[in-house]
Design a protein around this ligand. Structure first.
Ligand SMILES: Nc1ncnc2c1ncn2[C@@H]1O[C@H](COP(=O)(O)OP(=O)(O)O)[C@@H](O)[C@H]1O
Ligand SMILES: [Mg+2]
Length: 252
């Protein structure tokens, strides 16, 4: 598939919700670009509109103003080249792991060879879980199943909404490493929404800090050091996490 030079452009997006007859602005003047095979982390305090922004980019929520262009096309509905991984895993509890992994591909009539499936399961360390139900898995395993399902769709854009929020720190870092490796092996861009500063700095080549003030974007930070597992132990990593913590303390 040809990749447009304007891969993802978010242009002046606003979103207001009406509640109790009052209009409440959640997102204001959001603009950014995401190139192909690049990563973006969006951090911000709870309630600042991170999930709403991701759903707008996915074509699931309509913005009040502004536009999203994905591959030069105005986003007005979900598209097959954008995959979404939610905080709550999005797995069907009554389906076994094997069926949960294949569900999205089946819905989109994507042929998945046995070999590709096995390779992906090995990569994410979820082999041997096929006959279990999601409730029999740990949080980390569930989220890897959700990630496998999204990757089987061959997305060009992967949107992740606090995917590792409910997972303990050690497992969480392992999952972040797996996501990074999966990204480096494949051709897609991803946006990860998180309120975890270390996660944002580890995974986002660019980091956007959202606040509750107007406009929503408080800061945009380039993070050229991302992309290596060892980055977590480097001075640049600590400096950047400290800087973002300072900004967030002011905007929260
Ligand atoms: N469908 C909706 N109707 C009304 N208000 C909403 C709706 N979705 C989100 N909101 C409000 O928008 C704000 C931002 O929500 P959300 O995007 O979930 O924030 P975050 O993911 O950053 O925690 C919250 O105050 C939330 O209550
Ligand atoms: Mg949210």
């Amino acid at each position: 598939m040809a990749i447009s030079p304007k891969f993802l452009n978010v242009e002046g997006v606003n979103k207001s919700f009406i509640s109790a007859n009052e209009s409440k602005t959640v997102l204001d003047g959001i603009s950014f670009e995401l190139p192909f095979h690049d990563s973006l982390a969006i951090v911000g305090p709870s309630g600042c509109g991170k999930t709403t922004l991701l759903l707008i980019i996915a074509g699931l929520v309509e913005p009040t103003g502004g536009s999203i262009y994905f591959q030069d096309t105005l986003v007005t509905a979900p598209n097959r080249k954008t995959a979404l991984v939610l905080q709550e895993y999005g797995l069907f509890p009554w389906k076994k792991v094997a069926a949960n992994i294949l569900l999205g591909a089946k819905l989109q009539n994507i042929e998945v060879s046995e070999q590709r499936l096995e390779t992906l399961k090995n990569e994410l360390e979820i082999e041997g879980l096929d006959h279990l139900y999601p409730t029999q898995l740990s949080g980390g395993q569930r989220q890897r199943v959700a990630l496998a399902r999204a990757l089987l769709l061959n997305p060009l854009l992967l949107l992740l909404d606090e995917p590792f929020a409910a997972i303990d720190t050690v497992t969480r870092e392992k999952l972040q490493n797996q996501l990074l490796k999966a990204f480096q092996k494949r051709e897609f861009s991803f946006i990860i929404v998180t309120h975890n500063i270390e996660e944002a700095v580890f995974l986002g080549k660019k980091i956007i800090i959202l606040g509750t003030g107007r406009p929503s974007i408080q800061s945009v930070i380039d993070n050229p050091g991302t992309g290596r597992v060892g980055y977590r132990n480097q001075p640049a990593f600590f400096e950047l996490t400290a800087k973002i913590r300072d900004i967030l303390e002011e905007v929260a």
